[in-house]
Ligand binder design. Structure first.
Ligand code: ADP
Length: 503
């Protein structure tokens, strides 16, 4: 099994290693500095004692000299005093020798002092005490040998003290540098450790963030590669499980949607034939008015009207269901705008006249053909005009216009009716949406604009609405110009098609 500790374990290990490293470096450093200090103090004490002993050697030698050669002529050299001074010289030499145990240079210097004193005693002091005056040259040489060697011992002692101080200084400096380097090394190790830890999390976290973005963007097949510390690996697995379940849900939803679309499609289709039959018979009955009494005639009319509404609703539902199932087919071809607008205008005119509304059609001159299914775009225009007629009061103005906007042709149906507020505009193309109150509350199905939107979009166009409450509404949609769309040169006698020309 691969060793993959959790985040907390990694952090713990990291801190533990760092703590141990810092502790070891600090302990070693402090211990070493303490040892240097102790050694230095020992050296200072020893050198101080050595200096003391070399002073004692010097004074003992002076006493020896005084015993061998008294200061005043009437005093005699004293063997006893010489012995005492010699004893104190030797005692000092012994103590000094103990202090120079591990210092060869000092030991040699001390040995020289002891040897020169012994030589002086043998050749100068002993003869003087015995009453024999040694030759002047010998006494002088031996005496200065003792003095000089004592002097050089004192110098050596001072040198040893200086050397020990320098040694302590350089040791302290070296140790401080070493401890600082150790601490820096430990911190560097910690840095490497933590950046390794962060790096081990960065890649899997990055994958998770990218995966979440793709998922949010709708790519339900997104899965992430599971990796990194245990916690992040668990997060990765949870993410993949969530994506699995989302994909499952989406598939299920699609299946249910598909079933619903199929159902609506089938039912609408099955309903169409009987409703057409009912409508046909009702119309046949109303056509034979003479053979019906007035109540029968009214009933036949109501049946015909209701069957007509039902037929329209079924057709709308069929269109929407087909559009959802991707089965709504259009047959676009280069279509001249002016004849299309005029044809729909002609069909709608009686409705406007009925409500005394002023209806105009304005098509820009030299408009190119649009790539459109004339029947379906006719349906869209009729729907927009029916709404303008239905929701605008008597005497209102309604205008159907077409003009070129860039590479497209824009159709607009505007009216001076009740308009729509901002919130209503947001929903106006929603299925089954109808204004809840006021003049625009209709007996309609709320499907007309939804179908218009589907049809325009199927053509690669776009539809929109603008309105001011109380002042009117304008519905616009654009269609692409046909590839070989040439400007229509054919003109109506009135030039620009107006209501009069269209009718
Ligand atoms: P229907 O007309 O069958 O209700 P539509 O989808 O054609 O369905 O219209 C949806 C709703 O939008 C209508 O019920 C009406 O409230 C509002 N509406 C549509 N056209 C206009 C218009 N020209 N002026 C004001 N309101 C409108």
């Amino acid at each position: 099994m691969r060793f993959n500790p959790s985040l907390t374990a990694r952090l713990r290990i990291g801190f533990l290693v760092l703590f141990a490293l810092l502790l070891v470096v600090s302990l070693l450093g402090v211990g070493r500095l303490f040892q240097i200090r102790v050694d230095y103090e020992n050296d200072i004490t020893r050198n101080f004692q050595l200096e003391l002993e070399s002073e004692r050697l010097r004074s003992a030698f002076i006493l020896e000299q005084a015993a061998a050669r008294p200061a005043t002529p009437h005093q005699k050299p004293s063997q006893v005093e010489l012995n005492q001074a010699t004893a104190s010289f030797q005692a000092a030499a012994k103590r000094a020798s103990d202090l120079t145990d591990d210092d060869a240079a000092l030991k040699t210097k001390l040995a020289k002092v002891v040897a020169s004193e012994a030589a002086w005693r043998k050749h100068v002091a002993e003869p003087l005490v015995g009453g024999t005056v040694p030759p002047n040259g010998i006494e002088q040489r031996l005496t200065s040998a003792v003095t000089n060697s004592g002097e050089s011992l004192a110098i050596e002692t001072r040198n040893a003290r200086d050397a020990s101080r320098d040694h302590a200084r350089s040791e302290t400096r070296n140790t401080t540098i070493l401890v600082a380097a150790g601490l820096a090394g430990a911190l560097l190790a910690a840095l490497i450790l933590f950046s390794g830890l962060i790096n081990s999390m960065r890649a899997p976290l990055g994958r998770l963030v990218a995966g979440a973005r793709r998922l949010a963007g709708g790519d339900l097949q997104t899965r992430v590669e599971v990796g990194g510390p245990v916690e992040i690996a668990t997060l990765g697995r949870a993410f993949n499980e969530m994506a699995n379940s989302l994909e499952r849900d989406a598939r299920e939803r699609d299946r249910v949607e598909q079933m619903k679309d199929d159902f609506v499609l089938t039912v609408s289709h099955e309903l169409r034939t009987p409703v057409t039959v009912v409508k046909g018979f009702a119309e046949m009955l109303t056509a034979q008015r003479k053979s019906l009494n007035s109540r029968q005639f009214e009933a036949a009319e109501v049946i015909s009207e209701s069957a007509g509404q039902l037929q329209k609703m079924i057709n709308d539902l069929l269109d929407l269901a087909r559009s959802d199932a991707g089965k709504l087919r259009i047959e676009p071809e280069p279509t001249a705008v002016r004849p299309l607008a005029q044809r729909i205008g002609r069909q709608m005119r009686p409705h406007f006249d009925e409500k005394s509304q002023r209806f105009t059609v304005a098509v820009e001159k030299d408009l190119p053909d649009v790539e459109a299914d004339a029947v379906r775009i006719g349906q869209v225009l009729a729907n927009l005009l029916t709404n303008a007629n239905k929701y605008s009061p008597e005497g209102a103005e309604v205008k159907l216009s077409a003009s070129r906007v860039g590479d497209e042709v824009e159709f607009a149906v505007s009216d001076t009716g009740p308009g729509l507020d901002e919130e209503q505009l947001e929903h106006v193309f929603d299925r089954f949406w109808r204004a809840e109150s006021g003049e625009t509350q209709s007996g309609g199905t709320g499907l007309g604009l939804a179908i218009a939107k589907s049809l325009v979009e199927l053509h690669g166009g776009a539809i929109s609405a603008t309105a001011t409450p109380g002042e009117g509404a304008t519905f616009r949609f654009v269609l692409p110009i046909a590839k070989d769309g040439r400007p229509t040169t054919q003109q109506t006698p009135a030039g620009r098609a107006k209501a009069g020309a269209a009718g």
